[in-house]
Design a protein around this ligand. Sequence first.
Ligand SMILES: Cc1ncc(C[n+]2csc(CCOP(=O)(O)OP(=O)(O)O)c2C)c(N)n1
Ligand SMILES: [Mg+2]
Length: 565
Amino acid sequence: MSEDSQPQHGGAQAVAAAQEHGVQTMFTLSGLHVFPLYDGAVKADPPMRIVDVRHEQTAVFAAEATARLTRSPGLAALTAGPGVTNGVSAVTTAHFNGSPVVVLAGRASDARWGSGSLQEIDHVPLLSPITKRAWTVHSPGEVGPAADEAFALAAGRHRGPVFLDASLEALFGAVPDQVRRRPGGERPPPDLARAPQGASGAEADPDAITAIARLLGEAERPVVVLGSDVWMDRAEAAARAAVEQLRLPVVANGQGRGILPGGHPLLVTRARGVALGQADLVIVAGTPLDFRLGYGSFGGKNGTPPARVAHVVDAPDQVAAHCDLAGAHAGEISAFFDGLAAAAEGGQRRWAQAWLPRLQQASAEAVKADAGLLRSDAQPIHPMRIYGELTAQLEPDAVVIGDGGDFVSYAGKYLEPRQPGGWLDPGPYGCLGTGLGYAIAARVARPEGQVVLLLGDGAAGFSLMDVDTLVRHQLPVVMVCGNNGIWGLEKHPMQGLYGYDVAADLQPGCRYDEVVGALGGAGELVTEASQIAPALRRAFAAGVPYMVNVVTDPMVAYPRSTTGV
Ligand SMILES: Cc1ncc(C[n+]2csc(CCOP(=O)(O)OP(=O)(O)O)c2C)c(N)n1
Ligand SMILES: [Mg+2]
């Protein structure tokens, strides 16, 4: 009997649909309810890679990082009940990051629904507020078309997670022959009534572009903010070309970092206080006007009036509604930048005379002021010394991941990616525990090249067990633990508020490196600044998951201007 003539279950159909959307890897943790998804992956041609992890949160974080690095949908398969609820923080992170992730889940039997079968819970009400859509299919024939729709919806602007669960009957049951998807064969007709509206997002809006070009024509001190969706919407080349043509100063945020490589003359992120505080026009592209950007309130510093703000996003529902905007563009982000460059061509660019050089000078001064701490010999080690040493060993195509509090804030400030797609932070949801999931996905997506995971010692506790996954799947990454023995980003603010702190201490000098060793990787403890560089060299050469566990000074607090609250 040929493979094709065997009865096929819903799980195989879901895998076939995922493969049609470019999915190559399924991240999961085992559970009977999703066995047909595994069976479908194993028997698919080509088979789909299954990476099995130690916590469902890691599976969804890995799917999310896959989406953010490859810019095609990531897939997590979660078993019914606790498998799904364990994934909720990671789905929420994908929601806030606009990451195209599909969670396919199992679900208790329809026949027994209401009788109290194992792990019986209706997932949909839990997942609805944090997904573009969450729904259930109850028959085998529905699984393939619904999965197809889930991937299309996740990948359409504005991207985001989609949840689909299938009852035992739907996932295990035989699919009627007329609705089966066959590799390379005819696809069943799409369910047009349910097709995502405007999956590709709004087209460019010439009037909105002209209006923003006019604002630019009137500006003396403009700044462009490049955020994650510039990268996710594949607009990095258009954005770079436009700002270079117009000589616009740029502040980068999230995955917008690296679009202008570190050291680029227009990149003034290090002078963001002056740039955003004294601008008269801020064009914010591809990121919400949230706490990371002062809720969209710019200018007003040093006697300047409040700045005008233009918000450039990929879909109409992303335009900020909580602040006054002088302009907005919703649609393909590259079309916006192409249009802006054309519309502003030949303008005066008054900012290039005084404003841009001022920001460049402020950036250069900030870099100079840091030089000492990046080389600090202080004992205990100052966390900035780690970044001084790491920067010197990073290749341009490295992927650097941050999971932690203060330790990662330093990284965000002092590690300037040299390419886009090389930086992953948790984004505005600020969820600790992304680390191992993101690192697993980064190594799967980029089999060659450096993958570096920066872990606060507190953050490490959420996902360190998944070093086991790195080991079992032979995924070497370099982990650097900034081990200050405290929940630093909480301890210092609590001290500031109350004059004391509680629930903010961890074990000083805890041997997280030995945990990595016990799980089959390797690592070492570093207590002298001079030993950081050789330890990092050993880590990059190790060929196994390796942790450089650096004991840092708990008295050092990241100098932040806001806690985001
Ligand atoms: C899941 C989750 N729980 C709690 C927090 C609150 N939180 C934010 S930063 C932080 C401290 C992180 O400590 P660590 O990883 O050791 O980094 P450090 O600040 O010490 O450098 C905490 C507890 C959070 N963001 N996410
Ligand atoms: Mg800490």
